[in-house]
Design a binder for this molecule. Structure first.
Ligand code: GTP
Ligand code: MG
Length: 270
């Protein structure tokens, strides 16, 4: 080797392993493609087993070689992908905001991950970014529900669209930053401090008010409920959702629905 060979400066390149998880067709491969190749593929080409790719990024002046294992979401490929969970440092856990089932499957994916890694401490050291993808489509899952789920697990949360590209870079930026920080921390994941300022109970009450098909259902009452019952149900929900007190997204709209449901039901009681 000649003496003019480049001497590496600073810390050596870090090698990290990232995986993708989530139901089939939620957009895992498209999110990765959007980030690595800056393009979007409209046609659905199901991943068969695993797709592997490498990319290089720089974090805090440190070169990072990122090995990405893009998993197939279909259950048919469980036997293939279960080999690849070990030694993962970062994961994107994706659901499709237009598919309620894909959101409800998040718990399943966490279970699969924890069954396949060596122990709980390995699972706990993985930096996870929950990706609410396809925000360009009609929603079946509100942002607040996704945030709440991610928050309860101590994960990052990002809304995004692989189609428009919105939110994708920010998510990978946070993922790599989290992984590097964890490495520098000797494998301990930095706790994420999010202070949402609202509760699951509030989100559920908002959902119920928005989705109910009748005023009785809005207040959680049976048809024929008395004036007292209406007022009692109203007060319970008003305390939970009053816009002066609640910062949960959608509180204001839900509170208006609550007031008009109560007015309509009281009229019927007279
Ligand atoms: P598997 O490999 O089978 O697990 O699926 P996957 O999660 O990798 O899904 P993929 O990235 O292949 O995308 C599935 C379909 O969703 C494709 O038809 C994409 O074009 C479409 N898609 C992905 N992201 C978006 C998005 O942000 N918006 C819209 N409208 N469509 C998207
Ligand atoms: Mg795929």
């Amino acid at each position: 080797m000649s003496h003019s060979a480049k001497v590496p400066k600073g810390k050596p390149a870090l090698r990290v392993k990232i995986i993708s998880m989530g139901n089939a067709e939620v957009g895992k491969s498209c999110i990765i493609k959007r980030y690595c190749e800056k393009r979007f593929v409209n046609k659905y080409l199901a991943t068969i087993g695993i797709d592997y790719g490498v990319t290089k990024v720089t974090q805090k002046e440190r070169d990072i070689k990122v090995n990405i294992f893009d998993m197939a979401g279909h259950h048919l490929f469980y036997e293939v992908r279960n080999e690849f969970y070990k030694d993962t440092q970062g994961a994107i856990l994706v659901y499709d905001v237009s598919s309620r089932a894909s959101f409800e499957a998040l718990d399943y994916w966490m279970e699969e991950l924890s069954n396949e890694v060596t122990n709980k401490s390995e699972a706990d050291s993985i930096v996870v970014c929950v990706c609410a993808n396809k925000t360009d489509l009609r929603r079946a899952v509100d942002e607040s529900e996704g945030r709440l789920w991610a928050d309860a697990h101590g994960f990052h949360f990002f809304e995004m669209s692989a189609l428009s590209g919105e939110g994708v870079n920010e998510m990978f930026e946070a993922l790599f930053q989290g992984v590097v920080q964890t490495c520098e921390n000797g494998g301990r994941r930095e706790p994420i401090t999010t202070q949402l300022g609202y509760t699951k109970e509030q989100i559920e009450a908002i959902q119920k008010l928005k989705n109910a098909r009748s005023d009785h259902e809005r207040l959680g009452l049976m048809p024929g409920a008395s004036k007292d019952e209406v007022n009692k149900a109203y007060r319970r929900l008003a305390v939970l959702l009053h816009p002066d007190k609640s910062v949960a997204p959608g509180s204001e709209e839900a509170f208006k629905l609550l007031v008009s449901a109560r007015t309509a039901l009281l009229k019927r009681c007279q």
